[in-house]
Structures are given as structure tokens and as C-alpha cells.
Design a protein around this ligand. Structure first.
Ligand code: GLU
Length: 339
């Protein structure tokens, strides 16, 4: 399928202005959003993983990909950053495919925790609350890891490459930084070992988890990945099947209720889209059967979500009527009019 790429880059502001009036409405809308929010400097880059401090706080990119393969992007949409917790949505899909719903449900719940992403609390039956917080994702890593750590990480990278439609790699410096400083995640893992949620090979599980978080992506990749979820598991740009469609609804449901840590309820209320954020500054949202949205802006709010990411998604949802329960959301025919 041909992808229509209309790029409006911050490196070449003139490109953004050229032919503005002739740009498709959706591209114009993205450019307006970018202009509106780029001067907001609230929030701070994550620093509890030392290597994340190196992110440029000014970076800001937005990308949107429709399920018929159109790509729209503005700003720093090609700047690489680590995927961090955004990977949790995809490894959850992987776990469902690899070991099935029953084994996943035995190890991990689907309840919003109402707590921070790195909370050490488990449910009353000693499972992690859901796969979108650290505890749940570490339990997922334990389920999907392979006999050798390298094989497990390779399998994860291959899946993510299919979802992005291009070659990806792990950021070695971020991986080393997380591995050295990730004692809280280690504590969470040992607590789960104590309750029999994960097996004895804690180091191996954590290696899988830290590697997943350290995958380098850009905003455009995340939008294509989000559009792959919107498109029932098939990458709309490459037409390659990536995720088993029977599990997409499970993944989207958990993203809807748990994707933004302890901001998840507010997000469902105000934005109303399945989404996932990461402390690297990435945020993606899925408009089911219509499009994927991604924002990269590394300044985070107190809950670890990208400040501009939330602003852009809220604006898009409001202005385009994308909230899942919005009465103006009449499906793809509506989006068609915006292309
Ligand atoms: N690697 C990060 C951690 O384990 C991921 C956190 C996040 O993005 O929410 O703390």
C-alpha cells in the first residue's frame, strides 16, 4: 500500500509554511496543534534513569497514521528516543499470543491500579494490577522470555520492527543505565517471585524487561504501531500482519483503562481513547478502526506522562470528535472527509 507522507519538519520551518492552504485539513490541524503547544515548557525530563536526562526537553513531534496508510507528521517526529512503557501494550499482545489468555490472566490482572507506574503494591490475590504498570510488565516479560536472554530480546525486536515497518535497535546506554539503577524494579520482581507470579530466573526476566524499555523508536514509528493496533493488528503502511487480531480488543481495553498510570481515569474521561505513555516522553493513542496518533515530547508531568502529549491528544480528541463515546464520532467516513 502506498503511504502518503506529508512532512512538516521543525528543521525546515519554511516547509511548514509552504502551501499551507493547500495542505490536507488533517495536516493543517497537526501543524496548528504543534504551533499552539510548542511554547509550553511545563514539566521535566525524567531523571531517575540517569541516561534519560540527556533528552532535549525542547523536542516535540506529532505523527498521525490512518488505517489506509496515510502518514502525517510535524516537528521532531524523526528524533529517536526510548520507547519505555509504551512497549507494555505490545508485549502484552505478545504474551497473549505466546501463552494464551488463561496463563496471562493467572499471572496479571486487568484492574487500574490508581497508583504510580512503579508502585510495588500487588492485588489482594498477589498479582500485579495490570500489564501497563511496571509490575505487570515484568510479569509479562517473565512469560515471554526465551531460554536465552538474547533470543527473547531478538523475538521482541522482530515483532516491534514489523509493527514499525523498519529496522529498530536497543539503546545500549539506556539499557545499561536502567540495569544499574533499576533496584525498585528488582524489588518488584522479587516480591512477585515470592508469590510465585514469576519464576526463579529473575535476572533473565529483568533483562527482557529493561531491554524492551530501551528500544529506540521515533514518533512516526509509534504512530504506525498505534495504527497497527487500530487496523486489527495489520501494519497499514506495509500491509504486513503483526499481531493476532483476536487479542487486539484485549490490548485496547487495558490501554483504555490503565494506559496512563494514575491519570488513566481522567484520560478516559477527557480524551476517551486507548493509549499508552512512557517516561521517555512518547505517548500513543488509538482511534479504533481509524488511526494511530503519537506524540514525542520528553517533558513529563508529576505522573510521568508527556505534558504536550496529553495536550495534543486532548485537542485532537476534542476538535475531531475522537472520544470513544463522542456523539460526533461516526467512524471512518468522518475521518475520510479530513484527508
Ligand atoms: N523503564 C522504566 C521503568 O521501569 C519504564 C517506566 C515508564 O515508562 O513508565 O521505570
Amino acid at each position: 500500500m502506498d503511504a502518503q507522507v506529508i512532512r512538516s519538519s521543525s528543521e525546515s520551518p519554511s516547509a511548514r509554511n509552504t502551501g499551507y492552504a493547500t495542505q490536507p485539513p488533517l495536516q493543517r490541524f497537526l501543524a496548528n496543534c504543534y504551533e499552539e503547544f510548542k511554547s509550553d515548557n511545563s514539566g521535566a525530563v525524567a531523571d531517575y534513569i540517569p541516561e534519560l536526562r540527556r533528552a532535549n526537553p525542547a523536542h516535540f513531534g506529532v505523527a498521525l497514521v490512518t488505517i489506509d496508510g496515510h502518514i502525517y507528521e510535524v516537528g521532531d517526529s524523526a528524533v529517536p528516543f526510548t520507547i519505555q512503557s509504551v512497549s507494555k501494550a505490545f508485549v502484552f499482545a505478545l504474551a497473549l499470543e505466546m501463552v494464551g489468555e488463561e496463563r496471562v490472566a493467572a499471572a496479571i490482572g486487568v484492574e487500574p491500579s490508581g497508583e504510580a507506574f512503579n508502585s510495588i503494591r500487588l492485588t489482594n490475590d498477589n498479582r500485579p494490577f495490570n500489564p501497563m504498570v511496571n509490575a505487570g510488565a515484568i510479569a509479562v516479560a517473565s512469560l515471554i522470555k526465551k531460554d536465552s536472554a538474547a533470543a527473547g530480546v531478538r523475538m521482541f525486536i522482530e515483532k516491534m520492527q514489523l509493527a514499525a515497518g523498519r529496522k529498530l535497535r536497543i539503546d545500549g546506554a539506556v539499557l545499561a543505565s536502567e540495569t544499574t539503577t533499576g533496584n525498585r524494579n528488582r524489588a518488584i520482581a522479587y516480591l512477585m517471585l515470592n508469590f510465585g507470579i514469576i519464576d526463579n530466573d529473575v535476572n533473565h526476566t529483568l533483562q527482557q524487561y529493561f531491554s524492551q524499555c530501551s528500544l529506540l523508536v521515533n514518533c512516526r514509528d509509534l504512530a504506525i504501531m498505534a495504527a497497527t493496533l487500530a487496523n486489527m493488528g495489520t501494519n497499514p503502511v506495509t500491509a504486513e500482519p503483526v499481531f493476532d487480531f483476536q487479542y487486539i480488543k484485549d490490548v485496547l481495553a487495558v490501554m483504555f483503562t490503565c494506559g496512563l498510570y494514575d491519570h488513566a481515569g481522567e484520560w478516559a474521561y477527557r480524551v476517551g481513547l486507548p493509549a499508552k505513555s512512557g517516561v521517555g516522553g512518547g505517548l500513543l493513542a488509538v482511534v479504533n478502526r481509524q488511526l494511530g496518533i503519537a506524540v514525542y515530547s520528553p517533558r513529563l508531568d508529576a505522573k510521568g506522562n508527556s505534558v504536550r502529549g496529553i495536550m495534543v491528544c486532548r485537542e485532537l480528541a476534542d476538535r475531531l470528535g475522537l472520544h470513544a463515546f463522542e456523539f460526533t464520532n461516526v467512524g471512518s467516513s468522518f475521518m475520510q472527509s479530513m484527508l
